[in-house]
Design a protein around this ligand. Structure first.
Ligand code: FNR
Length: 181
């Protein structure tokens, strides 16, 4: 397929709402988009001493991002910010200095939380990081999902109540990626 998107999910939890949201969104993408969930649970903790000999999982992550037309971030909020596991992955793929995998890649940010502000602060913090990483990041529509019963159907598809809204996000993200590649 023509447009491969690297997807970074900010939760390692088996039943993660954000992973379900990501997979529900994949189904809303067009046929020429392929979404690849990047593995981040086997990355070591970032240590700058290792920049000259990055571990195999770090190299893999960087290749997945480098080879993608865009990057999608789907994240919960931990203590009003970006979960450490996601920040760790970002730090890895941004290094060594001058060899970031992210530069210029169009980004989309979305997230869900059981809290009423639905990951808004985590997303805002993430946007600061993406600006520094020189990633053109879609500004609108913002989506802060307050996860409640019925968000997903039994088949894992996004429920009727949110589908139109999330389809709009996906359509805009697809345009965003195409206009930056
Ligand atoms: C949370 N949660 C949370 N929610 C929120 O809206 N704002 C927050 O600051 C936090 N902080 C926070 C810290 C930590 C350490 C945990 C474990 C959780 C709740 C969070 O939204 C909830 O656990 C989600 O279900 C996490 O997303 P996943 O794992 O379901 O994708």
């Amino acid at each position: 397929s023509q447009y491969r998107i690297a997807v970074l999910i900010g939760s390692l939890r088996r039943e993660s709402i954000n992973r379900q949201l990501a997979h529900g969104l994949f189904k809303l993408g067009p046929a020429d988009f392929e979404f690849h969930e990047c593995r981040i649970d086997d990355l070591p903790l970032y240590n700058q001493d290792d920049d000259s000999h990055q571990a195999a999982p770090v190299k893999r992550l960087k290749q997945e991002i480098s080879g993608a037309k865009g990057v999608m971030f789907v994240t919960p909020e931990y203590n009003r910010s970006v979960p450490g596991v996601l920040k760790n992955a970002i730090d890895h793929a941004s290094r060594p200095y001058g060899q970031s995998a992210f530069a210029g890649k169009p980004a989309g940010v979305i997230g869900a939380s059981i809290g009423s502000i639905g990951s808004a602060l985590a997303q805002q913090h993430l946007r600061n990081t993406l600006a520094y990483l020189d990633m053109p990041t879609m500004g609108q529509p913002e989506v802060f999902i307050h996860a409640k019963e019925g968000l997903f159907g039994d088949d894992g598809q996004i429920g009727e109540g949110s589908r139109k809204f999330l389809q709009e996000w996906m359509d805009r993200y697809v345009d965003w990626v195409k206009s930056h590649s």
